[in-house]
Design a protein around this ligand. Structure first.
Ligand code: SF4
Length: 368
């Protein structure tokens, strides 16, 4: 039974210089062709698997740039019952939205399709930082977009933010956090900037035009925890903060190691002992679907030991932690983490300490 569905929309109005996702521009005709191929892939998946999504996540890319009509077409395969009454199965349907891409018509269509959670790609409330990030919106667009979404019944809004940006001071980051809180989101995701290979940002780092500053990053991370905790947002995962009851169920499913199916070019899936990625090329994706061929590539067999290790790696990042029993053969590593004060065990579960959270990536590396 597949309970978690991800849909990748590869279109963006402009590619941001730090982004490593599979994204590109695209005419309305290209978007139509993509939507038709996606529906076909969705139908095939429905024939192949028992597909009863409890969570759906439309990410990208910028799915909010698609017209209301195309979005309606893309989502027509979601069972009617789930759309009309919240459904007994579908409890969370998230749509990634970029500020300033929302219209009243689109918002109405999203609600009618069953979307009940919006993830807003704000990234910063500082005009200079938004410019540096190559974003298309101004700080004022974020609050306006939140207000428009609320008018149309979207109460569950996440705001995505990035910190440790080149030239960003701690004071500026605090201002961004406070501005985000003023929009009254139920959830905030705050990630330190990652310099992904093959991006213009990575080139700047390589040429030494920019430097990373670990101390500044840690200070910003700590101030994030403090400010958001004071506002009642719980850090249920290292980079994710929510008011009680507004944790992202879809992302929790990933972190808990549940199966998920990804549709669309470059989308990844993990089902039982199989993992694959769809072809990361929208043209090839649409052509293969039209010819009745598979779009799956990079097929990988993952055994139960690998999945168990992954559950530990992701589970440790969550406040709920990992069941003590899950460590099995990795017992010695657990002891090592406890001795270094990086993890603690409470009521049969293990999680990172605040100190461990600062070096979470290195901890995860111990279980690779
Ligand atoms: S809008 Fe998001 S997905 Fe699109 S290029 Fe920018 S960061 Fe990447």
């Amino acid at each position: 039974m597949i309970r978690h569905l991800y849909v990748h929309t590869p279109f963006c109005a402009k590619v941001c210089p730090y982004c490593a996702f599979y994204v590109h521009g695209g005419s309305v005709a290209a978007q139509r062709e993509f939507a038709a191929a996606l529906r076909q892939e969705w139908r095939r998946a429905r024939d192949e698997f028992p597909l009863t999504p409890q969570t759906i996540y439309f990410g990208g890319g910028t799915p909010s740039m698609l017209s209301a009509e195309l979005f309606e077409e893309m989502t027509e395969l979601i069972p009617r019952q789930a759309r009309d009454d919240g459904g007994s199965n579908l409890s969370e349907f998230t749509l990634e939205v970029n500020p300033a891409t929302v219209t009243a018509k689109k918002a109405r269509t999203w609600r009618a399709a069953g979307v009940n959670r919006i993830s807003l790609g704000a990234q910063s409330f500082d005009a200079g930082m938004l410019k540096l990030l190559g974003r298309q919106h101004e700080p004022g667009d974020i609050a306006e977009t939140c207000a428009l979404l609320r008018e149309h019944g979207f109460n569950n809004i996440n705001i995505d933010l990035i910190f440790a940006l080149p030239g960003q001071s701690e004071a500026k980051w605090e201002e961004t956090l406070q501005a985000a809180l003023a929009c009254a989101p139920k959830h905030i995701s705050a990630y330190a900037l990652t310099y992904e290979e093959d991006t213009p940002f990575f080139e700047k780092l390589k040429k030494n035009e920019w430097q990373q500053n670990e101390a500044r990053e840690i200070a910003m991370f700590e101030c994030t925890r403090e400010i958001l905790a004071a506002a009642g947002l719980i850090d249920y995962e290292i980079s994710n903060f929510a008011l009680p009851g507004f944790e992202s169920r879809h992302n929790l499913a990933y972190w808990r190691g549940d199966d998920y199916l990804g549709l669309g070019p470059s989308a990844c899936s993990t089902i039982g002992e199989r993992r694959w990625r769809n072809v990361p090329n929208t043209r090839a994706y649409a052509d293969r679907i039209a010819r009745g061929e598979s779009v799956r590539e990079e097929m990988e067999s993952i055994d139960s030991t690998t999945r168990a290790k992954e559950r530990i790696m992701f589970g440790l990042r969550m406040r709920e932690g990992v069941a003590r029993d899950a460590f099995g053969a990795d017992e010695s590593r657990l002891k090592e983490l406890a001795e270094q004060g990086l993890a603690i065990e409470e009521a049969g579960r293990v999680r990172l300490t605040p100190l461990g959270q600062l070096v979470a990536d290195s901890v995860a590396g111990m279980f690779v």
